[in-house]
Design a protein around this ligand. Structure first.
Ligand code: GBH
Length: 443
């Protein structure tokens, strides 16, 4: 039996504890909605490591009551899930989210829906997808439909999940759906997602929302050396992964040189739509720091990604830390570095932060690696709060094992184990650890 772990330090009163999932990764029930870009992408061989699709995934649409019970028994305050845009476009599709929200409310759990977690309806992709400005308008119309139905019970909304990853992996590198390999020609996708956030926020405000956020991926960029070729490459990577979205959202401008690459006649007007009154809090998804240097002569294989040699930077292995089953280094200090860095860069323009994702891939039910990861990251978070960063909540990615995109079912991020053959759920050691920690937080 594992030793009783030390109690975490006390988090501020009212700190929001939660767990997160996303629609495509858990729902299944694909025959009860129209196709998304992910259905099309995973139907083609070679895109997913284990050749699987999310056709059944965790069968969550049928089993949501059991899953909400697991959230309740864990003792968290909130559940972050995503609404599937293609499901909402299908007849009766909103009924599922209506029932899910009712069940969460009945169990005393605050629903925190994300309106877009990468599953663009295929019909919208075929009409131009995120390369087209129309998609931002259609997203706003979809947001109105969801808000009209759920807004009486939902007060906290997340517009988009990780537009940076969706731009980079989905449209620049083609590792994710829709599989475009446009490199820097993918930049309009960034602008249209930001515009979608701005337009959707306006719609949510019209429905009375006072608690709007976005979930952006962030991680410190560490230059491979002090050589200017490496620091310059690292700066560029940092701009693309960390600032291309937060600067427009929080400062109302693009990093130098990027506005010129954006489409549309009135980028300045769009930037007002993107930044003015669109955020009540700022969501941060953190996994790991990245070491970056000057380009290398050949393509680099890295953490399941192929980074083409023509990119103006290359990603290097970080040595000297434990690694997860995804081969990502475990660096809790970088989490504190990130949070204090956001506070330094954005100052009073930064609204309160909510950590909307943090977690790791480890196999097994006795997942001591995940306990060490969460323990280390929560201590780092607590230090950052002590240093004056206003962080109001923390969501673990993920409630349960699920379809990990291009990795299929080979990477397990859950606090709850899922046996995909039987759909049996088994709480892991980390689930019990977190439940006990939350009980102690509440005294
Ligand atoms: C999140 O994205 C997603 O929101 C979620 O759906 C997913 O299941 C979860 O994380 C786990 O992957 O350039 O090689 O150093 C992924 C977050 C952060 C992963 C940046 C890749 C950079 C890898 N991404 N990270 S690298």
């Amino acid at each position: 039996m594992a030793a009783t772990p030390d109690a975490l330090p006390s988090f501020p009163p009212g700190f929001l504890w939660g767990v997160a999932t996303s629609a495509h990764q858990i729902e299944g029930a694909v025959d009860r909605r129209g196709p998304s870009v992910w259905d099309a992408f995973t139907a083609e061989p070679g895109h997913v490591r284990d050749g699987t699709t999310a056709g059944t995934a965790c069968d969550h649409v049928a089993r949501y009551r059991e899953d909400v019970g697991l959230v309740r028994d864990l003792g968290v305050d909130a559940y972050r899930f995503s609404v599937s845009w293609p499901r909402v476009l299908s007849p009766g599709g909103l009924d599922f989210y209506d029932r899910l929200v009712d069940e969460l409310c009945a169990q005393g759990i605050r629903p925190v829906p994300t309106l877009f977690h990468w599953d663009t309806p295929l019909e919208i992709e075929e009409a131009g997808g995120w390369l087209s400005r129309d998609t931002a308008e259609r997203f706003a119309a979809y947001t109105a439909t969801v808000a009209a139905r759920l807004g009486d019970r939902v007060d906290r909304w997340i517009t988009l999940n990780e537009p940076a990853e969706h731009t980079l992996l989905g449209h620049a590198l083609g590792e994710h759906a829709p599989g475009h390999k446009l490199l820097f020609d993918a930049l309009p996708v960034a602008h249209h997602q930001l515009l979608a956030h701005g337009l959707a926020s306006r719609v949510l405000r019209e429905h009375g929302a006072t608690d709007i956020g976005i979930a952006n991926s962030h991680g410190p960029t560490w230059p491979a050396s002090a050589d200017p070729a490496d620091t310059g490459a690292a700066d560029l990577y940092d701009i693309i992964l960390n600032r291309l979205f937060s600067d427009p959202l929080l400062l109302g401008r693009y990093p130098d040189g990027f506005a010129e690459a954006m489409p549309g006649g009135d980028v300045a007007g769009d930037l007002r739509t993107i930044s003015e009154g669109t955020l009540d809090w700022y969501g941060v998804n953190y996994y790991q720091p990245t070491k970056v240097g000057a380009p290398q002569a050949a393509d680099v294989e890295f953490s399941g990604l192929t980074l083409p040699a023509e990119l103006p930077f290359s990603v290097r292995q970080i040595e000297g830390y434990p690694r997860t089953d995804f081969d990502w280094p475990v660096v809790p200090d970088a989490f504190a570095e990130l949070l204090t860095g956001l506070r330094e860069r954005y100052g009073d323009r930064l609204p309160p932060i909510v950590v909307t994702e943090n977690g790791c891939a480890y196999d097994g039910i006795d997942d001591q690696g995940r306990i060490a990861f969460l323990d280390g990251h929560l201590r780092a978070l607590h230090r950052a709060i002590g240093e004056g960063v206003d962080v109001r909540g923390y969501f673990v990615w993920s409630l349960m094992d699920n379809f990990e995109w291009a990795e299929g079912f080979t990477k397990r991020f859950g606090l709850v184990h899922v046996d995909y053959a039987t759909q049996r759920r088994t709480p892991k050691a980390s689930y019990g650890w977190l439940r006990d920690q939350l009980r102690r937080q509440r005294g």
